[in-house]
Design a protein around this ligand. Structure first.
Ligand SMILES: [Ca+2]
Ligand SMILES: [Ca+2]
Ligand SMILES: [Ca+2]
Length: 280
């Protein structure tokens, strides 16, 4: 048995262990008899999800934007997003006078100050180191535009036109006037898959920077039918625990991409999107 990582929170602690296949039954029996153990779960790898558009969420009629018509564009708000790397220099996010956002590349997270004067990105957390505790690399890794795509859907605003005066440029995001906290988990979602931390950590770091909305487009894959990722487990519970302790935080999780490819399955929303105190 090998201990992979350990995280301690106010509400509970988490230990990730690796066990050889032929010894797994014996280890589970031993752990289950310990009074300190609340639960034992199989750890699964998270994958990237989400595919979205602005008008779908506003009226589900092409080119109609009732939220913008009522001047709801994310003004004065700070959102946070965790995903694969972000192309922070793209026209939808770039600050043409201040340049790159402040970058916090290594734990302890939060020791680099955010810059609220930035047009869009007040801080970039490069949490994508392959080894926990090492320095990460800001920016999108080659061959993966998922984080840039979801960030654009969330708060993107091409500087060609001001966010306040119209229905946005082509490709602008939903909350086009909002600022944002970026959490780069890496191409393979290393931060949560290795695992160096949990959704509870991501929400804590975001709130410390003033974000009260957290966008997440990742989760367990369906892995066939019946969908093996559709369950309520430790990760969904971490999210609910955080929201229970921080009732001003609203977390959005993608409902997944499996409903079309998983024919016959009725429940293809996967953990942690199976959370109870979140939006999907
Ligand atoms: Ca990166
Ligand atoms: Ca740091
Ligand atoms: Ca724009």
């Amino acid at each position: 048995m090998k201990v992979i990582n350990y995280r301690s929170y106010n509400h509970s602690s988490r230990i990730w262990i690796q066990v050889k296949k032929d010894g797994i039954e014996r280890v589970i029996k031993q752990l289950a008899h310990m009074k300190e153990v609340e639960g034992i779960e199989v750890f699964r790898e998270f994958t990237l999800t989400n595919d979205a558009a602005r008008w779908v969420h506003q009226r589900f009629q092409s080119s109609q934007y009732p939220l913008y018509a009522n001047n709801l564009r994310g003004q004065g708000q700070i959102g946070a997003i965790s995903d694969s790397g972000f192309d922070y220099d793209m026209c939808y996010f770039r600050d043409t006078s201040l340049g790159a956002p402040p970058i916090d590349a290594q734990a302890p997270w939060g020791d680099v100050s955010e810059n609220l004067n930035q047009r869009k990105q007040i801080i970039y957390y490069a949490m994508d180191a392959t080894t926990c505790g090492q320095a990460g690399t800001a920016g999108a890794e080659s061959g993966n535009n998922h984080g840039t795509h979801t960030l654009g859907s969330f708060v993107g605003d091409n500087f060609a036109t001001s966010c306040t005066g119209n229905n946005g440029d082509v490709g602008d995001g939903m909350a086009l006037c909002s600022k944002v906290v970026l959490q780069d988990l890496g191409n393979s979602l290393q931060f949560i898959n290795n695992p160096c931390g949990t959704i509870y950590d991501l929400l804590s770091i975001a709130k410390a920077d003033g974000a009260y909305i957290h966008s997440d487009s990742w989760g367990y894959p369906c892995n066939g039918c019946p969908c093996q990722g559709n369950f309520y487990g430790a990760d969904a519970r971490d999210l609910d625990q955080y929201v229970w302790e921080n009732k001003d935080m609203l977390v959005f999780f993608a409902a997944g991409n499996s409903s079309g490819s998983c024919s016959g399955c009725t429940s293809t929303v996967c953990s942690p999107g199976t959370c109870k105190n979140c939006a999907r």
